[in-house]
Write a protein that binds this ligand. Structure first.
Ligand code: HEM
Length: 473
């Protein structure tokens, strides 16, 4: 039996290399056949908070697509836009994440959208999409409620403040209001929700840690979060039964109430909202922290933003007004380019595939990817590649967006059918907070003795030193 697949695999490989002219991608020059040498260097870089720069530099050295060994397994790494396009769009069906994420994640994420492929993924996506299609233009009233509360907590005497903790509490309130229909009131006090967040972080960390190495409290943490979500699901059923959910309108979209219209299966509902809450609860805060981090070091950009938004600062901040600010859009785009919160992602090849480009020493020959191989796509390296962005690629310069139309060279929200459904919502929320801050403060001063952005890895990558600033009205 095992003989037949072997012949089939041999035949596929032969066809790829002989008929299609595929080449092998360059290999990392390992000293250890299992790849432990690179794993050790990666660990050192990770501990020194410079893993992102370390991996980014390897592309310049070995090619936009190269292969490594990791614990004996071959992994293809790529920062080639054409290869990313092939994986995320052209050959979307042939590359999945379920084999990588499902086993570790099922105790927490169940059958949710973040850990499944195929029909299960398709169904979750179809259920979630309609609410995301309107969420970015809705909810402005709620946004204002939370943002004005956040602004009241900020110093007005120019004293130094790290914006990250407050932005995280703000994002928690905005996202729980949208997803569960009820804010967690994290802005009420710094301690509020800390216990919940600790459990959430522990559960999230646990799903990407081998079972034997997980925290002791992993199962308890999962239970705490799932119990919390189940309570929100019951509240939504009660709203639905009493007719209160129908008060939902374009101005007040509650994700959970929208979902209940489509499915009454409690387990599906639990994992749908959890899968939205997981990326939602901190990514916007981390992006905004990065935005303020860059702006504090670039007062000219802060002043340009002020010139753009001040002439309309007495008008209500509507979706249309927000969208009319061009420089604001460039600032956010540039923040995602240079400091993406999700710098890389992985897929496993499900069906052996020939990509039209990506291999050989010049990276232009067809690339054969065999079923089972893991491909790591590095968005950050692509977004900082000098050959695409010029010599000043490491510099925060929003003005570059006047001329660039980057296509697949810039995919901080991924691309293709699995693109982040919240991309527009993220732009709205970040833009809203930024404009409200610009209306309040004339100056944003850098108070951080360290100039560079230093990475800190959670599930996403955030600024280790937050955004230490002085706000001058
Ligand atoms: C700065 C903010 C954000 C960034 C940069 C971001 C980026 C991404 C990326 C790169 C993916 C694809 C991951 C992969 O396939 O491996 C993704 C997926 C996803 N994101 Fe976001 N995200 C952000 C915020 C959010 C928010 C606020 C929500 C929810 C309110 C959200 C919901 C989702 C969901 C549900 C998926 C899975 C989509 C699918 O598999 O079909 N994201 N996001």
């Amino acid at each position: 039996h095992s003989f037949v697949p072997k012949i089939k695999r041999w035949h596929l490989r032969r066809t790829a290399y002989v008929r299609h002219g595929c080449q092998h991608p360059p290999s990392y020059p390992h000293k250890n056949p299992y790849g432990f040498d690179l794993m050790e260097l990666s660990k050192e870089a990770y501990q020194a908070h410079r893993y992102l720069d370390f991996t980014g530099a390897l592309f310049a050295r070995y090619g936009k697509t190269y292969q490594i060994k990791q614990s004996g397994k071959t992994i293809i790494r790529t920062a080639d836009p054409e290869v990313c396009k092939a994986i995320y769009a052209t050959h979307f069906e042939n590359f999945g994440l379920q084999p990588i994420r499902y086993e570790g994640g099922k105790g927490f994420f169940g059958n949710g959208i973040l850990v499944t492929d195929g029909q299960r993924w398709k169904r979750s996506r179809a259920l979630l999409r309609p609410a995301f299609d309107v969420a970015h233009v809705a909810n402005f009233e709620r946004l204002e409620k939370h943002v004005s509360r956040f602004l009241k907590l900020l110093p007005r005497d120019g004293s130094t403040v790290d914006l990250m903790p407050g932005l995280k509490r703000l994002t928690l309130d905005i996202s729980t209001d949208f997803i569960f229909g009820k804010s967690m009131n994290a802005l009420e006090s710094p301690e509020a929700c800390q216990d919940f967040l600790r459990a959430f972080t522990s559960a999230q960390r646990g799903v990407v840690t081998p079972e034997a190495a997980r925290d002791k409290d992993f199962e308890q943490a999962c239970k705490q979060i799932l119990d919390f979500i189940d309570e929100r699901v019951e509240e939504a059923f009660a709203r639905s039964a009493s007719g209160k959910a129908n008060a939902n309108s374009r101005e007040r979209v509650r994700l959970i109430d929208e979902l209940i219209k489509e499915t009454q299966d409690r387990i599906s509902l639990r994992y749908l909202v959890l899968s939205a809450f997981s990326p939602a609860h901190d990514t916007v805060a981390v992006t905004l922290t990065n935005t303020f981090f860059h702006l504090a070091r670039n007062p000219t950009s802060w002043n340009k933003l002020r010139s753009e938004i001040l002439p309309t600062s007495s008008r209500p901040l509507t979706y249309e007004l927000l969208n009319s600010y061009r420089y604001l859009d460039w600032v956010l785009k540039e923040t995602h380019r240079i400091t993406p919160v999700a710098p890389a992602s992985q897929r496993q090849c499900l069906t052996s595939t020939v990509l039209s480009t990506g291999s050989g020493l010049d990276g232009l020959s067809p690339l054969f990817i065999e079923a089972g191989t893991i491909v790591e796509t590095n968005f950050r390296a692509m977004q900082r590649d000098k050959t695409y962005w010029g010599e000043d690629t490491e510099v925060f310069r929003p003005e570059r967006w006047e001329a660039v139309r980057p296509g697949w060279r810039y995919i901080p929200f991924s691309g293709g059918p699995r693109i982040c459904p919240a991309m527009k919502l993220v732009y709205t929320e970040c833009g809203y907070v930024l404009v409200r801050m610009l209306r309040e403060y004339a100056r944003l001063e850098c108070r951080d003795p360290i100039h560079e952005w230093v990475e800190e890895r959670r599930l996403i990558y955030q600024s280790k030193n937050g955004a230490l600033v002085g706000l001058v009205p």
